[in-house]
Design a protein around this ligand. Structure first.
Ligand SMILES: [Cu+2]
Length: 202
């Protein structure tokens, strides 16, 4: 074998490996959420309901901040088992808690500016968050089975990348909109487009 052929075939092998890696990257799920009855569909979570296997919690803690008597973000989707930090970045004390019936029931007590408290969200479902000091404060942590989820922007757009190939149920969550589901099929290297029209919860 000549040197030239050697280099040529090495390039061939490399591109085969790279090609295989690209094919393993999964598919993209994208689309739009439209709604009736509320200003815009922002903060709708769109997620694959269930995938085979168990998924590791997120490696870095998720954060639900408190600033100017507002929880930031308003809606926080996470993978089950993930730790969420609740820093008090405000100028006043807060008492974060979730009411009975939440996927995770807890009460952090009243705590000072600069303090960070942490909660592990170990079961799937929604946990509304409230503050015992400020009735106007409200937000949600939504715990999901797997990391294939996205949250919509003001225009209702969402994209879930690198989803493993397969047939799934894609479902929505919004604090005021009725949940909806659609069957989808994800293929390697492909994009599936899904649009939802959501109505207000009754
Ligand atoms: Cu508060």
């Amino acid at each position: 074998m000549t040197m030239r052929n050697g280099i040529f075939s090495l390039t061939g092998v490399l591109s085969l490996i790279l090609g295989a890696n690209l094919a393993m990257a999964g598919g993209t799920i994208t689309g739009t959420v439209n709604c009736k009855g509320i200003k815009n569909p922002r903060d709708t979570i769109v997620y694959i309901e269930k995938l085979d296997g168990n998924f590791a919690p997120q490696e870095t803690h998720a954060v639900m901040d408190q600033q100017n008597l507002v929880f930031i973000p308003h809606v926080l989707p996470i993978v089950v088992g993930t730790s969420v930090d609740f820093p008090n970045s405000d100028t006043v004390r807060h008492n974060v808690f979730s009411p009975a019936g939440s996927a995770k029931v807890f009460n952090l007590g009243t705590y000072d500016v600069g303090v960070i408290k942490t909660v592990v969200f170990d079961s799937i479902g929604e946990a509304p968050l409230l503050c015992n000091v400020h009735a106007e404060m409200s937000s949600f942590v939504v715990t999901l089975q797997n990391p294939y989820f996205a949250i919509t922007d003001k225009a209702g757009a969402f994209t879930i990348k690198d989803a493993p190939p397969g047939k799934y149920t894609l479902t929505t969550w919004h604090e005021r909109l009725k949940s909806a589901s659609q069957g989808i099929e994800v293929k390697d290297g492909d994009t599936v487009t899904v649009d939802f029209k959501l109505k207000e919860r009754r």
